[in-house]
Design a protein around this ligand. Structure first.
Ligand SMILES: [Zn+2]
Length: 206
């Protein structure tokens, strides 16, 4: 919707090129761009010279009207107070996404109808639980949920491989009960760091 040209330099051969990109994506009008965000091809290009993959990132607002959320894709060091003036509709859940690999997961959580803050806390709990068992996950991602089995599934990646783990829905409901109302006036980074800070504050209040 608002086009820019991104200057790119290939890390492999040094070739300089550019790619047209958008800083505002409305899901309703550009479903193909949403698909590119999901399959992680939106912020990447192929070097015309050596065919190497070039990854890049620039600030980009993704507006999903159907599910009422906005993702502000932006590196953490670029995030600033004036960001919150963009798209001030209060009916929308507003999130920062600082890494392209988190886009798909964030979309899936919100579109499956979950509170991503509760999911982030569940992931932290799962991480701590696994560490106690001497397992050291490198990555935990929300996978999906089976309502009839009342559990939420996570994909846990360790150095040994990948496994699926189910967490009982009751844990999600319990976390939901202690969460404050979501702040729809600010874009928030909901990640592991956020979950740790929330848990610290929550323990202090007890
Ligand atoms: Zn190249």
């Amino acid at each position: 919707m608002k086009s820019i040209y991104v200057a790119l330099t290939c890390r492999n051969c040094g070739y300089q090129t550019h790619k047209q990109s958008e800083t505002l994506i409305l899901s309703d009008f550009e479903p193909y761009l949403k698909k590119q965000l999901i399959d992680e091809t939106y912020f990447s290009a192929i070097c015309p010279c050596c065919k190497n993959k070039i990854d890049f990132l620039h600030p980009c607002l993704f507006v999903e009207k159907k599910y009422r959320y906005i993702l502000f894709i932006k590196a953490k060091h670029d995030q600033k107070a004036t960001d919150h003036l963009l798209y001030q509709e209060k009916a929308y859940c507003k999130r920062y996404v600082d890494n392209t690999t988190k886009i798909k997961e964030t979309m899936k959580i919100l579109e499956d109808g979950y509170d991503d803050r509760a999911i982030a806390i569940m992931k932290l709990k799962l991480l701590l639980h696994l560490r106690k068992q001497e397992k050291h996950p490198v990555c935990i991602t929300y996978f999906d949920s089976e309502k009839e089995q009342s559990s939420i599934w996570f994909k846990v990646k360790t150095e040994e491989g990948e496994e699926m783990m189910a967490v009982h829905m009751q844990i999600y409901d319990n976390i939901l009960n202690i969460l404050p109302k979501d702040d729809h006036e600010h874009y928030q980074n909901i990640d592991l760091e956020w979950a740790i800070q929330f848990q610290k504050k929550n323990l202090k209040q007890k």
